[in-house]
Write a protein that binds this ligand. Structure first.
Ligand SMILES: O=C(O)CCC(=O)C(=O)O
Length: 352
């Protein structure tokens, strides 16, 4: 059971951010470095995106998420028995809800996320997306699965790889990274409608996010999806979570479009309207449009997502920023993602 104590703890933590400068992050969000974060950075190995200097406006600085020696044994991963009708729904809609599929991970993942929240600067890509002066807090952070024991445990022992592999209809499931989200009570900031693929340094048609709700959320504040948008054959500019603006200025080069006004044309789209319970899992394609309205969040609302690549996903050098933002990976357009950074955790040689 999550207590108000946690929520107040988070709000207290948040207060230290406000007197610092904005610093744009790889998903378009802003990190406001605080003295707390600065201290945390001093105590950790920093990774600077070598293509940039610390003075640039983008996501140059974070702790290094790669921890040498981290190993996940695919043999220790439990299988998930996906139902054929759910797989068909995922193919048709680009999203499917698996009720209560990972209840046992709710408490461990809440503990892991709390580490992320208590000391954001000790972890990779902490982002605050609530504009100054607005109530609540909208936090996210990603690429911390090697740093946060509960996240590593989840990646090493949950059914996520098996879920992703089966829903993607892929010969393998390659782990890209995790991404954690938190909206504190009082937050009115919407998650802007977006697709995940345009943010990422990958391209292809077989992808899945396995999104675990860590709190109950009614439909007005839970993440929602535009059914079938993964098949539109359109890519939309990544958006800054804080204000919904496009974060990649080189829009022509990216050959992408502006996200349509989904809220303004709700009747024109087939939107999910799921209320979520802790342990519910949403599986969605990286191309599926998703977001929330701006209804006030009444109760703490946390979620933990893992991102998975199927067998046709390849490295893609996008114009401008993409994520993760490292440039020292040695991959070129069209290369498979290197397995020492992005491990293959599930295989099914009978598919595809
Ligand atoms: O939970 C949210 O509001 C956003 C989730 C999201 O954008 C994602 O998992 O890609």
């Amino acid at each position: 059971m999550e207590s108000d104590k946690d929520a107040y703890g988070l709000l207290e933590t948040r207060a230290v951010y406000w007197f610092a400068l904005p610093n744009r992050q790889p998903n378009g969000n802003f990190l406001r470095p605080s003295s707390k974060i600065a201290n945390a950075f001093e105590n950790h190995a920093l990774t600077y995106n070598p293509g940039m200097t610390k003075g640039d406006s983008f996501n140059q600085v974070t702790v290094d998420w790669r921890k040498p020696g981290t190993r996940v044994d695919p043999a220790s991963l439990p299988a998930f028995d996906a139902r054929r009708q759910d797989i068909e729904t995922f193919r048709r809609d680009g999203v499917v809800l698996l009720r209560a599929a990972q209840r046992e991970w709710v408490e461990p993942l809440r503990r892991g996320l709390q580490r992320n929240l208590d000391d954001p600067g000790a972890y990779a890509f902490p982002c605050e997306s609530n504009p100054r002066g607005e109530p609540g807090r909208f936090f996210d952070s990603y690429c911390n699965w090697q740093l946060i024991p509960e996240y590593l445990d989840y990646v090493s022992h949950s059914t996520a790889a098996s879920i992703a592999g089966q829903f993607m209809d892929s010969r393998h499931a390659q782990f890209f990274h995790e991404h954690a989200f938190m909206k504190a009570p009082g937050t009115q900031r919407a998650t802007p409608w977006h697709q995940d693929l345009p943010y990422y340094c990958v391209d292809g048609s077989k992808s899945a996010s396995v999104y675990v709700a860590l709190d109950a959320a009614d439909a007005a504040v839970a993440v929602q999806f535009v059914r079938g948008s993964h098949r539109w054959n359109r890519l939309f500019y990544p958006r800054v979570f804080e204000d919904g603006s496009a974060f990649n200025d080189d829009q022509d080069a990216a050959a992408m479009e502006t996200v349509p006004d989904i809220d303004g044309q709700a009747d024109a789209h087939d939107l999910t309207d799921w209320a979520l319970e802790p342990g519910d899992v949403i599986v969605f394609d990286f191309r599926t449009l998703h977001g929330t309205g701006a209804a006030e969040v009444k109760q703490l609302r946390r979620a933990f997502s893992t991102r998975w690549l199927g067998d046709d996903m390849r490295y893609c050098q996008r114009p401008g920023e993409s994520s993760p933002p490292y440039t020292d990976h040695g991959m070129r357009d069209g290369d498979p993602l290197r397995e020492d950074w992005f491990p293959v955790l599930w295989r099914n040689d009978t598919t595809g």
